[in-house]
Design a protein around this ligand. Structure first.
Ligand SMILES: Nc1ncnc2c1ncn2[C@@H]1O[C@H](COP(=O)(O)OP(=O)(O)O)[C@@H](O)[C@H]1O
Ligand SMILES: CC(=O)OP(=O)(O)O
Ligand SMILES: [Mg+2]
Length: 409
């Protein structure tokens, strides 16, 4: 008997981490999950969990992982140790998170040389992310050249935003010649979370208006009307919008030429400053919200200010997207900070009862990895925490393209 393969390996390559999951798409069960984090730093960490036995079995290893190529080799080696390597016949495909898909891609896409070349061409507009995605594609191909690979783009969910939201007020000829518009990112997460929120509310997705706040290392907000992204805070690159771990988010563009003219900084210097040395880290020297809230709690004024700037920006976007949507059914928090920081959630909506927003302190304090409502009974807008699962969404889209019933790319 030779059944068709039903397993999908998902590689979610972030700027300094690789998260992965191996799923069997017949029932969406997880066979293995893991994470390589702090890639390129002095001590990286590889954590691999096998889920096929009665109890989960976790192996953890510390040591330097120099770059994404090494990280992906480590992932493949962990999977092989469990007999789940990239050469196993049950494996249907690898699904990759690719942050920037530019103008060409608005859905999951089978990777061929043309797609790969396009992802490479877009490196300048996702310099922290697209190279990591490419490393995943190349490693998978090296280990199993005949295995199908699918790219799932962060930008896809935002590809059809109204032009009023996607266009910059720039000279049209310049914008068109250089393909400058707002592409957004984190779309796989915004799509998954907005749908899961409609399910939590028991409403049809097509009739639900949601503001999604994806607050991880990178952070973005999205206004989702009836299952469609109508605005999002990231722009041409994942630098615009909210305050992030190390990225500035919105600033006056004149800051860039001011620094170039008056501080002898090159374009490259300013790029590094805004992407890697700004945000929470630039404000207070830490980019981990756990550390910042701990310091602020001990009376550290710099950390307090970083927290306040972060929350102030968040509140501005909540106000803006309330206006964009007109009617908001749900405001939902997700990703590392959104799922875990009750303090950020409470501060984000404090005093916004005029917008129909409030959180119930007891509900907000609950720590659980499942979707839950944190607003009091009867408030006009439901405030919720919905854990994101980019890997599951990528696996679904990959299987949808290639698996039973799919068109095999
Ligand atoms: N308990 C917590 N309280 C506050 N922040 C947290 C907590 N746990 C994780 N975080 C934050 O989540 C961030 C990582 O989020 P994550 O969604 O995993 O990001 P990414 O996918 O961009 O790497 C960390 O930088 C940290 O600040
Ligand atoms: C697009 C982006 O910012 O992704 P991440 O949050 O994984 O860095
Ligand atoms: Mg992330």
């Amino acid at each position: 008997m030779s059944a068709s393969p039903t397993r999908v390996l998902v590689l979610n390559s972030g700027s300094s981490s690789v998260k992965y999951q191996l799923l069997d798409m017949r029932d969406e069960s997880r066979l293995a999950t893991g994470l390589v984090e702090r890639i390129g730093e002095r001590t990286s960490r590889v954590e691999h969990t096998l889920l096929t036995g009665a109890e989960p079995e976790t192996r953890t290893r510390e040591g330097r992982v120099a770059d994404h190529d090494e990280a992906l080799d480590a992932v493949a080696a962990e999977l092989s140790r469990d007999g789940l390597g990239l050469d196993s016949p049950e494996l249907l495909a690898v699904g990759h998170r690719i942050v920037h898909g530019g103008r060409l891609f608005d859905g999951p896409t089978r990777v061929d040389w043309h797609v790969e070349r396009e992802i490479e061409r877009l490196v300048p507009v996702a310099p922290l992310h697209n190279p990591a995605g490419l490393a995943g594609i190349r490693t998978a191909r090296r280990l199993n050249p005949s295995l199908p690979q699918v790219a799932v783009f962060d930008t896809a969910f935002h590809a059809h935003m109204p032009e009023a939201a996607s266009r910059y007020a720039l000279d049209t000829a310049v914008a068109e010649a250089h393909r400058i518009r707002r592409y957004g990112a984190h779309g796989t997460s915004h799509a998954y979370v907005s749908r899961a929120t409609a399910e939590l509310l028991g409403r049809p997705y097509e009739e639900t208006n949601t503001i999604v706040l994806h607050l991880g290392n990178g952070a973005s907000a999205a206004a989702v009307r009836g299952g469609r992204s109508v605005d999002t805070s990231m722009g041409l690159t994942p630098l615009e919008g909210l305050v992030m771990g190390t990225r500035s988010g919105d600033i006056d563009p004149a800051v860039v030429f001011h620094l170039m003219r008056n501080a002898s900084m090159s374009a490259e210097d300013v790029d590094v400053l805004l992407n890697k040395k700004s945000g929470l880290y630039g404000l207070c020297g830490d980019n981990d919200m756990r550390e910042i809230t701990r310091r602020a709690d001990e009376g550290d004024r710099t950390a307090r200010l970083a927290f306040d700037v972060y929350v102030h920006r968040l509140r501005k976007y909540i106000g803006a997207y309330t206006a964009v949507l007109g009617r908001v059914d749900a405001l939902v928090f997700t990703a590392g900070v959104g799922e875990n920081s009750a303090l950020v959630r409470a501060a984000a909506v404090e005093g916004l009862t005029g917008f129909g927003l409030a959180v119930d302190p007891e509900r907000n304090a609950v720590r659980e990895k499942r979707p839950r409502v944190i607003s009091p009974e009867g408030t006009p807008v439901t405030v919720a925490v919905v854990p994101t699962d980019e890997e599951l969404e990528i696996a679904r889209q990959t299987y949808g393209l290639l698996g039973e019933g799919g068109d095999r790319g």
